[in-house]
Design a protein around this ligand. Structure first.
Ligand SMILES: NC(=O)c1ccc[n+]([C@@H]2O[C@H](COP(=O)([O-])OP(=O)(O)OC[C@H]3O[C@@H](n4cnc5c(N)ncnc54)[C@H](O)[C@@H]3O)[C@@H](O)[C@H]2O)c1
Ligand SMILES: O=P(O)(O)OC[C@@H](O)[C@@H](O)[C@H](O)[C@H](O)CO
Length: 498
């Protein structure tokens, strides 16, 4: 059977009315080849194109050298992929398939840095969208060597903007609009600050920094859609047989979507998603949207993942249906996370119930292993603020959140095997942990030390919690936390030995 290709696109022409002509100007640079942008942003571009509201094309590049295979796979499929939206929408089952065809270019910036620069200085370019996870939108000092690709995502943006600034001699109307989709608080501001930091580190002129601030817009936004990515093999094969083509970039997402963007509604002219009928909200305050979503929906995901994997469950729905694990998640959200939020409790409860329904979506098999990537930074952004609320207000540490942290630490009990860091579940089965090398090295070293010295678990918990490199603060000083972590470990050790 053939892979998805342009001919195929013609066969399903009717459904691909938003397809791109090969000579469409590239108005969007996308940094991120991952599932999320393909299941969210690119689908929005396609939807707007189908209505004649958006005319440009998207150039997609990967933010890390390791993302190259996806870019290659995309090119092998004429830059097309299939998106399946499946779920319950207003009480009714929905299943829609669409071939997304918004990519005018897909290339590896590490292979062809000059191409990246040409794109950055293009007069057609208007928008830069990204999703590099919370671990990617981070400032890490980096040297600028002319002619060589910049490794980090914000470093790339700093250099590319500098080239654009030089190209147009600082013209005020040549700036770009940035829409980082990483789930970080004030993601636009975070990107701008990192860019300015690199500019200062590299000794770029103050006039350039001023141009970054005044001629460019870095919008803060909050995205919400569960994009599960590639389905399980059995489902994928059944679909390929039905459709008559194979698609390595097949992506499955729920129909629900929300993009709350801090900015004036007039920006809809540049980004005509709300006009296309999509659930895109222009707002002057993201805070309530953000906190509700990150602390409840993402927080519960990050809470369930380590314990779920350690217990041998694979998918969100399976975990939510599990008697003990499902009720652990629900009660921690209802009794610990929601009371830590400064908003109307009924509204938060109503939102949480919708989230639990979304988790139970019978059509989306959202893998815990996927959610688990970079769990340490996710825990810090999504769950630590809830835990901190109790510490700050002098209340005792709640058990569910402490158990979640204990599970996270136990999940990161890893050893290095070749290029991978592997841990063992309660039943001894091995799994791979994906996180920043620095995080994995610290975790592996701390656990190795525990094993080497045969120290008491309390001491190990204390050392891990005290590790400021991991948490940015000394968590061992939070009253009662070390004891609760140790207690949770002791219970699991008993279960493992039983
Ligand atoms: N999948 C969803 O349901 C969903 C929904 C909302 C937001 N998100 C956002 O998407 C991220 C996960 O993306 P996905 O679901 O597309 O997964 P994915 O694995 O398909 O893609 C992850 C992307 O992030 C990049 N990346 C990972 N670590 C990086 C690092 N250290 N530096 C630079 N780039 C890095 C990868 O190269 C890839 O482009 C989340 O962290 C979140 O910010 C996802
Ligand atoms: O995408 P991640 O890996 O940052 O986090 C996993 C999930 O919490 C996340 O993808 C949610 O499904 C999503 O944020 C829903 O909008």
């Amino acid at each position: 059977m053939n892979k998805l290709n342009r001919q195929q696109l013609q066969i399903v022409d009717a459904m691909a009315a938003g397809r791109i002509t090969d000579n469409a100007p590239v108005t969007v640079l996308q940094i991120g080849e991952g599932n999320f942008l393909r299941g969210f942003f690119d689908w929005m571009v396609q939807t707007s194109r189908q209505q004649g509201l958006f005319r440009g094309g998207v150039a997609v590049t990967q933010p890390r050298p390791s993302g190259k295979p996806k870019i290659e796979a995309l090119n092998e499929q004429d830059r097309l992929y299939t998106l399946v939206l499946r779920g319950i929408d207003e009480g009714k089952p929905v299943e829609r398939r669409e071939i997304v065809s918004v990519f005018a270019e897909a290339f590896d910036p590490y292979d062809d840095w000059q191409r990246m620069i040409r794109l950055a200085v293009s007069p057609e370019l208007k928008l830069v969208v990204s999703n590099t996870t919370e671990a990617g939108l981070v400032y890490r000092p980096e040297t600028l060597t002319e002619g060589e690709p910049i490794v980090s995502f914000p470093g790339k943006i700093a250099y590319l903007l500098y080239r654009r600034y030089l190209e147009y001699e600082g013209a005020a109307d040549r700036g770009l609009l940035f829409l980082p989709c990483e789930l970080l608080e004030r993601n636009g501001d975070a990107l701008k600050e990192s860019v300015l930091q690199y500019a200062a580190d590299w000794g770029l002129p103050e006039a350039f920094r001023e141009w970054v601030r005044t001629a460019n817009r870095f919008l803060n936004s909050l995205v919400d859609r569960i994009v599960a990515g590639y389905p399980d093999e059995e489902q994928a094969e059944a679909w390929f047989a039905e459709w008559g083509y194979r698609d390595e970039l097949l992506c499955v997402a729920e129909p629900y979507h929300l993009w709350a963007i801090e900015g004036e509604p007039e920006l809809d002219e540049l980004l005509p998603f709300a006009s296309a009928g999509l659930n895109v909200v222009w707002t002057d305050s993201l805070q309530p949207y953000r906190e509700r979503k990150v602390r409840i929906l993402n927080g519960a995901h990050t809470l369930m993942t380590p314990l779920g994997i350690l217990s041998g469950t694979e998918h969100v729905r399976e975990l939510m249906e599990h008697e003990k694990l499902g009720s652990f998640v629900r009660s921690t959200v209802r009794e610990e996370i929601i009371p830590s939020l400064p908003y109307l409790q009924e509204e938060m409860n109503a939102y949480a119930e919708v989230v639990f329904d979304r988790y139970m979506n019978p059509y989306v098999r959202h893998r815990l292993a996927d959610i688990a990537m970079n769990s340490v930074s996710k825990f810090k952004a999504r769950l630590l603020p809830s835990l901190e609320h109790y510490v700050q207000s002098g209340q005792s540490i709640p058990s569910g959140l402490a158990k979640g942290l204990a599970a996270l630490l136990r999940y990161y009990r890893v050893r290095r095997e070749g290029n991978e860091y592997r841990g063992a579940a309660f039943d001894g089965r091995a799994y791979t942990v994906r996180d920043d090398a620095a995080v994995l090295e610290v975790m592996a070293a701390e656990w190795e030390e525990a094993q080497r010295t045969g120290e008491a678990p309390r001491r190990t918990a204390e050392r891990l919690l005290a590790c400021e490199k991991l948490w940015g603060t000394n968590l061992a000083q939070w009253p009662g936390l070390t004891e609760k972590v140790e207690q949770a470990w002791a219970e699991w050790t008993k279960e493992e030995q039983a």
